[in-house]
Design a protein around this ligand. Structure first.
Ligand code: 0WE
Length: 261
């Protein structure tokens, strides 16, 4: 029996079969979880429905995390299908494209800042508030995805770094606030992965090569590797871990210098 047998998980942020959310969904399914999905808009609906169906999921709902009404409607839908909820995976981030090119000061407008923080950080608080009632009496787990740019400057990551710093603080405040109700809150800080979100970023291939050359494991990480750690963190195997940021990055964040061999 898998270590997530009997668990019900909501996955927010699936877009394609290269999404980190897809690696997480597959690992959770393999370990016995039952899955529900949301999709951002009609443009990606068919693809998400197809992927969710592959994992035997019948609960697939629209939800734009920047709209409170859509969050409420999705959790109403979930509440009518399931009698409880164990896991929420938050795999959502957005900053306007122009915020992720060039220098930080020039690229960061008030509106870019607002949008990045709203979609990439506030949405975790919003999902926690909406989902916590369904987690009552169960060992609930929240999981989000961060990146090294939260704690180190990374060229062009710009305002997304500030938003990820906020997201990591969010994880800690949720852990403190919801811990007494038995709900844990953690993040995975993943190394760079070529997802749809990353595809349009100039120089992303160079970043992948840089990390692969410097990381102790001398390679990039995969969505499967992130998925396995996500499944663990949301399982009872991790019942003592909350408020934590776990790096799944082939060790890149832990070296101060590295020479190619
Ligand atoms: O968090 C991210 C990227 C998230 C992201 C990606 C996009 C591209 C399309 C957020 N917003 C947008 N907006 C768009 O219009 N990563 C960890 C991947 C990433 O993105 C970077 C990176 C890395 C790594 C951008 C610049 C530099 C490094």
């Amino acid at each position: 029996m898998g270590f997530l047998a009997g668990k019900k998980a909501l996955i927010v942020g699936l877009a394609t079969d290269r999404s980190i959310a897809w690696g997480i969904a597959q690992a959770m399914k393999r370990e016995g979880a039952e899955l529900a999905f949301t999709y951002q808009n009609d443009r990606i609906k068919d693809r998400v429905v197809d992927l969710a169906t592959q994992l035997g999921s019948k609960i697939i709902m629209p939800m734009d995390v920047s709209l409170d009404e859509e969050i409420d409607t999705a959790f109403q839908g979930l509440g009518s299908a399931w009698d409880g909820l164990d896991i929420i995976v938050h795999a959502v981030a957005f900053a306007p494209r122009e915020a992720l090119t060039g220098g930080f000061v020039d690229a960061t407008t008030r509106e870019n800042f607002r949008m990045a923080h709203d979609v990439s950080s506030y949405s975790l608080t919003a999902l926690a508030r909406a989902g916590a009632p369904m987690m009552a009496g169960r060992a609930g787990a929240l999981l989000t995805l961060s990146y090294l740019g939260a704690v180190r400057s990374v060229p062009a990551y710009n305002v997304m770094g500030l938003a990820k710093a906020s997201l990591e603080a969010n994880v800690r405040f949720l852990a403190a606030d919801l811990g007494p109700r038995g709900i844990r809150s953690n993040a995975i800080s993943a190394g760079p992965i070529k997802t749809l979100a990353a595809a349009g970023i100039p120089g992303f291939r160079k970043m992948l090569h840089h990390v692969a050359n410097a990381a102790p494991l001398r390679r990039n990480v995969t969505t499967d590797e992130v998925g396995n750690v996500a499944a663990f963190l949301c399982s009872d195997l991790a019942s003592g871990i909350t408020g934590e940021v776990v790096y799944v990055d082939a060790g890149y964040s832990q070296v101060g210098m590295s020479f190619e061999e």
